[in-house]
Design a binder for this molecule. Structure first.
Ligand SMILES: [Zn+2]
Length: 250
């Protein structure tokens, strides 16, 4: 009964929100809060938090499933198809370890971030960006041959399961490449700068410490995911993994 009630209210809420959004310039978040407050005065058992959470889950549902959305969630349970390749790949105009590509929006954001870092005396480099399904396939089988399948699956992805195939992901390094792809990168001033500032440019640290059971991957202080400035700030402040933030974890 309670759940039905929430869903009913959320339906109204979503309907109202979309109407309002078209008519005014009120920011989405504010609109939801206003509507929620109104509804809450007539409801007895539904809390504001419950409505906001259910609404957020409903709104994000479509985006995280769309391969071309900047919110798409890719992990071991949610792979990309073999033929998926972003249509807007460009070479970012920053220091690179090799020729590599990112989706246009992410490339622009990384250019902005590297410039800001430089202003703070931090020199960064991209080590890896977009990876095709075929490339990931070769990479994974090499790692599996070297370290065994179980060990390889903790730090590398099977083809289709790599977020790098979205073109929204970078592996970052210090310009001197010290501790590149190693846990000790965490202690470099470059990594520290990224922990503190990357969200302002739309990037979040994807594989957080002690969250391997949720993300499926060990802590990677170098692997950053572009998700847009607005969402990155919220994710950063929440301290959650993307899986938790988008309600994919019970
Ligand atoms: Zn990576």
């Amino acid at each position: 009964m309670k759940k039905g009630m929430i869903l009913f209210m959320v339906s109204i809420l979503v309907a109202c929100t979309s109407n309002i959004k078209e008519e005014t310039t009120m920011p989405k978040e504010e609109t939801i809060t206003t509507m929620t407050t109104t509804i809450q005065t007539t409801g007895e058992t539904t809390t504001t938090q419950e409505i906001i959470e259910t609404t957020k889950a409903m709104q994000s549902e479509k985006d995280i499933d769309d391969y071309n959305s900047i919110y798409v969630i890719i992990n071991k349970q949610r792979p990309l198809p073999e033929n998926y390749e972003p249509s807007d790949l460009v070479i970012p105009n920053v220091s690179l370890m090799k020729e590599l590509y990112l989706r246009k929006e992410a490339a622009k954001a990384i250019e902005e971030m590297f410039e800001a870092a430089l202003n703070d005396g931090i020199e960064l480099k991209i080590g890896s960006g977009y990876r095709s399904y075929a490339y990931q396939s070769r990479l994974y089988s090499n790692y599996a041959k070297r370290d065994g399948e179980e060990a390889a699956s903790r730090y590398s992805s099977k083809p289709g399961q790599s977020e790098h195939q979205t073109g929204l992901v970078v592996d970052l390094a210090a310009s001197n490449e010290v501790c590149y792809l190693e846990q000790c990168f965490e202690d470099t001033k470059e990594a520290q700068w990224l922990f503190e500032h990357s969200y302002k440019y739309g990037f979040v640290l994807r594989y957080l410490k002690d969250k391997e059971d949720i993300t499926g991957y060990m802590y990677e202080p170098w692997h950053y995911r572009y998700i847009g400035k607005e969402e990155a700030k919220k994710v950063y402040e929440s301290g959650l993994t993307l899986e938790e933030y988008f309600g994919l974890v019970e």
